[in-house]
Design a protein around this ligand. Structure first.
Ligand code: FAD
Ligand code: UDP
Length: 395
């Protein structure tokens, strides 16, 4: 450590980006201080057992999935896994629909049985020909045609983003798979599982494995940079906030979560809807495209965790505009937002000895595995630059 610094690395944010980099650098022998303004680790992936005894995800459902064996191998050092086929439904026109769109959805639409061939033929006639979809409207029209676009995507997207799908990148709605068979899993990645004892437990083991890492919760960046002068700063918060909103705030979308718990007795009347006792709804997530419904989805995480507990908890998600001081849950994937982000990214490139890592600092609509991959790559770069324990004096 240099005499004028109190830690080698100061890491702002104890979400996936901050904890993964911290764990890697501490394992290489460096002294790391990780801070978070929240009172817990895990960032938005944080989970906890609520007053009803149900394991819930405090900041919206976090379905771990990836095609990266490297990311799975890395996390498997800190957790075992509970395999889950994430299954959801959409609720509109007064009924539940299989979602994402698959052969079952088509049969529900027709009101009779069908075949992959008939469905493919139907799609072939309804699809709008677009060679290179440029936005979320074009990509869905090109995949399923106008009928299903209007039924499942247009209003849901307007509600979630307060933007029309044509004003969002194709990758936003393009995340949702389309299948002509009966595979109704929400996600397409090879590996789909939750940490067996939850995300918070996994983060706990990650930090336990890092004795050279000091964690301070309830501490903001401004205070941290004064308390711990460092050799290198790793910043995983919002990029515009780092620069004190010099060019104005970037656009974000925020959410309000509303939880409601039910005892076993209260759930008796829901058995017909849920299809089994002890649950409130038939699957872990139900999406609500209708504009009259103020929330976008209801999540009942017990379906996914497989937790055996009599009670259950559902969480309704209400999209809302972001304002300074609020939680910037989603960067907005759209051309105008990208232009605004580029100005900040140019400033970031000129910051000496600072790495900007994670979903908010790079303003990307990234899933957990993508952020973990980014953090592993940045840790490798830093170890190459500063060396590891055996070569600590090499700067
Ligand atoms: P974060 O998790 O946001 O962590 C950043 C941390 O930095 C926070 O704890 C914050 O408090 C702290 N911080 C920020 N600024 C400061 C500051 N100035 N001072 C101190 N601390 C600060 N991904 C999936 O793979 N599957 C899913 O199903 C999924 N569902 C999601 C649902 C929702 C509603 C949301 C919002 C995201 C979802 N994600 C999902 C994405 C996932 O949350 C992110 O990819 C991941 O958590 C990003 O990790 P991160 O460390 O970059 O950021
Ligand atoms: N989407 C939609 N209808 C749905 C589900 C998703 O139109 O029933 C669109 C919507 O724009 C949403 C995007 O697809 O923001 C990505 O959905 P996902 O469920 O992956 O969003 P996240 O879990 O990241 O909020």
């Amino acid at each position: 450590m240099q005499p004028d610094v109190s830690t080698d690395f100061l890491i702002i944010g104890a979400g996936f980006a901050g904890c993964v980099i911290g764990e890697r650098l501490a394992a290489a022998g460096w002294k790391c201080v990780v801070v978070d303004r929240r009172e817990h680790v895990g960032g938005n992936a944080y989970d906890e057992t609520d007053a009803a005894g149900v394991l819930v995800h405090r900041y919206g459902p976090h379905y771990f999935r990836t095609n990266s064996p490297r990311v799975v191998d890395y996390l498997s050092r800190f957790t075992e896994w509970h395999a889950v086929d994430y299954t959801i439904k959409s609720f509109t026109r007064g009924r539940y629909w299989s979602f994402p769109v698959n052969l079952n959805t088509f049969e529900e639409y027709l009101g009779r049985s069908s075949s992959p061939e008939e469905f493919a033929g139907w799609l072939g006639r309804l699809r709008v020909p677009v060679n290179d979809p440029q936005n979320s409207e074009e990509i869905i029209l090109a995949q399923v045609g106008r009928e299903f676009y209007e039924l499942f995507f247009e209003n849901y997207t307007l509600k979630q983003w307060r933007r029309h799908p044509r004003d969002l990148d194709a990758s936003v709605c393009g995340r949702i798979p389309l299948r002509t068979n009966r595979d109704d899993r929400y996600l397409a990645e090879n590996f789909q599982a939750l940490p067996k004892h939850g995300f918070a437990a996994m983060f706990g083991r990650m930090l336990e494995a890092s004795p050279g890492l000091e964690l301070h919760l309830g501490v903001d960046f401004q205070e941290a940079r004064k308390r711990w002068p460092c050799r290198h700063l790793i910043y995983t918060g919002a990029l515009d906030e780092y620069f004190a909103y010099r060019y104005g705030p970037l656009p974000y979308r925020s959410l309000r979560f509303e939880a409601e718990s039910f005892s076993a007795e209260q759930l008796v009347g829901r058995r017909a809807v849920a299809g089994k006792s002890g649950y409130w709804q038939p699957v872990m997530q139900v999406n609500f495209p209708d504009m009259e419904v103020p929330y976008t989805r209801i999540v009942e995480m017990k379906h996914a965790t497989g937790q055996t507990v009599d009670a259950t908890t559902i969480i309704r998600e209400y999209p809302k505009d972001w304002q300074r001081g609020g939680e910037p849950y989603y960067p907005v994937p759209a051309p105008d937002a990208r232009v605004a982000y580029r100005r900040y990214a140019t400033l970031a490139e000129t910051e000496p000895n600072v790495s900007f890592v994670g979903r908010l600092a790079t303003y990307r609509y990234y899933n957990m595995d993508q952020v973990i991959g980014m953090a592993l790559a940045e840790a490798e770069k830093l170890i190459l630059r500063y060396g590891s324990q055996s070569s600590r004096n090499i700067v």
